[in-house]
Design a protein around this ligand. Sequence first.
Ligand code: HEC
Ligand code: HEC
Length: 234
Amino acid sequence: MKTSLHAPLLVLVAALVPPAQAEPPAQPHAPGIESKGYVWNQQDPELARLLARKGDPDKGKISYEICRGCHKADAAGKPEAGYPQLAGQHPAVLIKQMVDVRAGRRDSPKMHPFIEHDVVASNELADIAAYLHGLPVPASNGKGDGRQPDLGRHLYDRDCASCHGAHGEGDGAKFYPRVAGQHYNYLYRETLESRDKGRRNSNPEMVMVLKHYVDSDVAAVSDYMSRLVPPAKP
Ligand code: HEC
Ligand code: HEC
C-alpha cells in the first residue's frame, strides 16, 4: 500500500521543484556609436523583417505578459525605477529598441534575459509593438522639478523639436521616439547616456547637439519633455 501512495506523491514533488535554473545567456555586444565607422540604424535581417511585418495586437497582449513586472500591465512603466513608459510609442521605435537590445547595440543587462531569442520569438516582437502602440498613454507620469521651464523650452525648441516634434510626438517613420508623457528620470538618464555615448545605438546628429549640454541643461530639457502633451491621436 505504501508504494501506491508514495509514487504519485513523488511525481507531484518532482513537478513542483523546479530544475536547477540555467543562467540566461549574457547580452551580446555589437559595435555602436563608440566604434569607428558607426552607421546609425543599419538594419540587420531581424529588424528589417519585423519592420515590414504587421503585428497582431491580440497576440501581443499575451506575449507582453512577461514584461509586466517591470513595464506594468498598462505599460506605464515605473517612474522611480527608470522603467520607461511604453504605451502609445511608435511601433517602429519599439521594434528598433527591442531588436537593438537583443543584438547588443543597446545595453540593457536587466531587460535582456526577458527579451532574448529563447524567451520571445521574433514575430512576437511585432505583435507586442502593435499592442503597446494601441494602449492609451497614461495621464500621469514622473515629472522633473519644474525649476527652469524657460531654459527647458528654449533648448527643446532649438535642438530637439526638429526630430522629436513640437509637442514631443516623435516620428515613427524616422524612428524618432515619442518623448511626451515619458518619465522624467528615464528621459534624464537616456539624454545623459546619449550625450556620453553610453546609449550606443544613438543617432549621431542628436549626440552632436547634446555635446555641449551640461547636466543642468539636460535636467531642464528633460523636465520640459516630461510635461509635453501632444494633441489627441486622430
Ligand atoms: C527587469 C525589468 C524589465 C523587463 C522584465 C522588461 N524590461 Fe523593457 N526595459 C527595462 C529597462 C530598465 C529599460 C530601459 C533601458 C535600460 O536602461 O536598460 C527598458 C526599455 C525597454 C524598451 C525601450 C523603450 C524606449 O523608449 O526606448 C522597450 C521597447 C522595452 N523595454 C520593451 C520590453 C518588452 C517588450 C519586454 C518583455 C518582453 C520588456 N521590455 C521586459 C526593463 C525591463
Ligand atoms: C536628428 C534627430 C534627433 C535630434 C535633433 C534629437 N534626437 Fe533624441 N532621439 C533621436 C532618435 C533617432 C532616438 C532613438 C535612438 C535610437 O536610434 O535608437 C532618440 C532618442 C532620444 C531619447 C530616448 C527616448 C526613449 O524613448 O528611449 C531622449 C530622451 C532624447 N532622444 C532626447 C533628445 C533631446 C533632449 C534632444 C535635444 C537636445 C534630442 N533628443 C534631439 C533623434 C533625435
